[in-house]
Ligand binder design. Sequence first.
Ligand SMILES: [Zn+2]
Length: 203
Amino acid sequence: MFPAPIQKLIAHFQKLPGIGPRQAVKFALRLTKMSAGELKAMSADVANLKSVIGECKECFMLFDRPQPDSFSLCRFCRQTGRDANKICVVINDHDALTIEKTNTYDGLYHVLGGHVSLLDKEKNRNLNLLALKNRIASRPKESTEVILGLNATAEGQATVLYLEKLLADSGVKITRLAQGLSTGSEIEYADDQTLINALKHRR
Ligand SMILES: [Zn+2]
């Protein structure tokens, strides 16, 4: 049994996605080797996180918040010249930034916050699904396009089907990324050209 403070750290790390017990132990033990200064800096950054980042009230993207509550929109939603008729639904900020990096998309984003679970409905309550529905409802039907920028994995495709159903009555155009994104692949790991093609040939 590890000393109690180490056990506490292990429990913290295990809350992170993809971190199992063994990796959590590794992280905790690694911390014991770091200097007091490094640990202080790290814990301060963690402690301050909520006060230095904001979540866009429109698309749920995270952004730097230099002054608390000075503004509530991310740089994409504030940027003039972006095509507000296009909304690309993504799982997380990382996928949005990966798409952004291709320099071919000029619309807005909507961060879902995770995949839709068909088994665990309770889990879906944490997703920004209702906000998406409301956001779409306030847009002009004829000119709005919702692009489902989701992974070509089983859970990505289950989310696509769910969203298509959710927005079926909205009257907006709904498109998916083209299958240039081969089955099983994730946006995060797709190369630029693949992503550019998947966006270009969306349908
Ligand atoms: Zn935003």
